[in-house]
Ligand binder design. Structure first.
Ligand SMILES: Nc1ncnc2c1ncn2[C@@H]1O[C@H](COP(=O)(O)OP(=O)(O)OP(=O)(O)O)[C@@H](O)[C@H]1O
Ligand SMILES: [Mg+2]
Length: 324
């Protein structure tokens, strides 16, 4: 049902404020720790946004090219890629590719060339601004841009943080979940101070949660005690189907739209959109006032879209404040 609703176009109650402004919202999915769910989150958030009828661009900024592969694009050294986007000189139309199974979804693919890019960038002019410059035109074409970052805090990730309006931080519900996260937050703060004052925290997302373990429950408590209401209410469960979908070249909604993983990423997308509706993520230096569920843009969503008890209405109850 969700897919049917999505294919009908924009979902009632989820407005298109940024589209009215004429500029898409850019979110960087970042955690320098490997294997925490950045790619899985990027693909499925981008796909879900596109399936609501919002033109969405997924930028694979990782030399591992996992997002590119997970959408079924094989390695192709001749295909223009994010490398060309960061190098400059190649028009975006020649780099971006469509993903036909989801009509409003496009991809800037990656390639292993990007490994060299990290080194080349060190000497480049305006080295932190390359992705931002590339995305200036893309923001006029897409309502949403989702950047899948590599597991490092190198220059490619810095480029993503400079280009982004907000950062989404996936955290795996495992031992040492928060390892490195304070370093990440310091990096975000430094980028804010020096390069991108508008950079906000879209939220911290707990992934690969296994409710059978005490450890996972403890991690949720720890993450919430550190980040409070900046943690998305949606928790992504560990799900075999989410792990399988990339090898079929499909977002979870196409691979198994009824799975728990699909349900979680639908709810995440609602939360993400409801924050945007409220202006969360803009002006991160100022705490946002408390919100009420009456004010929730998601309150009028059909149940099939709103998902479980932690839908957009609950999300709208959350207050957001600056991380610093
Ligand atoms: N919720 C989940 N349940 C089960 N498997 C998952 C889940 N999320 C991700 N995975 C699997 O875990 C692995 C790591 O996930 P993913 O590639 O999304 O992490 P990543 O942070 O992008 O990794 P990297 O740092 O290497 O880029 C992948 O094989 C993925 O399919
Ligand atoms: Mg990845």
């Amino acid at each position: 049902m969700f897919l049917a609703e999505l294919h009908c176009g924009r979902v009632a109650g989820l407005g298109a404020s940024r589209q009215e402004e004429g500029l898409g919202r850019v979110v960087a999915v970042v955690n320098q720790k490997g294997g925490v769910g950045k790619t899985t989150t990027s693909i499925n958030l981008a796909a879900a946004l596109a399936m609501t009828g919002r033109p969405t661009l997924l930028v694979d900024a990782d030399p591992q090219a996992n997002s590119t592969r997970a959408l079924g694009f094989p390695a192709d050294p001749d295909r223009p890629s994010i490398y060309d986007a960061l190098s400059g000189g190649t028009h975006a139309d020649q780099i971006r590719v469509g993903y036909p199974p989801v009509p409003h979804l496009s991809l800037v693919p990656s390639d292993t060339d990007l490994v060299g890019m990290e080194v080349e960038l060190v000497e480049a002019d305006e080295r932190e601004y390359r992705l931002k410059r590339f995305l200036e035109g893309e923001r006029e074409l897409f309502d949403h841009v989702v950047i899948d970052c590599p597991p490092s805090l190198g220059l490619i990730t810095i480029n993503a943080l400079v280009a982004a309006d907000a950062v989404l931080v996936p955290v795996q519900a495992e031992y040492l979940a928060l390892e490195g996260v304070s370093q990440l937050m310091q990096t975000i703060e430094r980028v804010r101070e020096a390069l991108n004052p508008g950079l906000a925290i879209a939220g911290v997302l707990i992934t690969m949660y296994d409710d059978r373990t005490n450890l996972a429950r403890q991690v949720v408590e720890d993450v919430r005690s550190v980040f409070g209401d900046q943690v998305f209410r949606t928790i992504v469960p560990r799900s075999v189907r989410l792990g399988e979908a990339p090898s079929h070249g499909q977002p979870i909604f196409l691979y198994d739209g009824r799975s728990r993983g699909a349900e979680a990423y639908r709810r995440l997308t609602e939360e993400y959109l409801s924050h945007e509706e409220k202006g969360a993520g803009q002006g991160a230096e100022q705490p946002h006032p408390a919100r009420t569920s009456e004010a929730s843009a998601g309150g009028s969503l059909p149940d099939a879209v709103a998902g479980g008890s932690e839908g957009a209405g609950a999300a709208a109850d959350r207050r957001r404040s600056d991380l610093a």
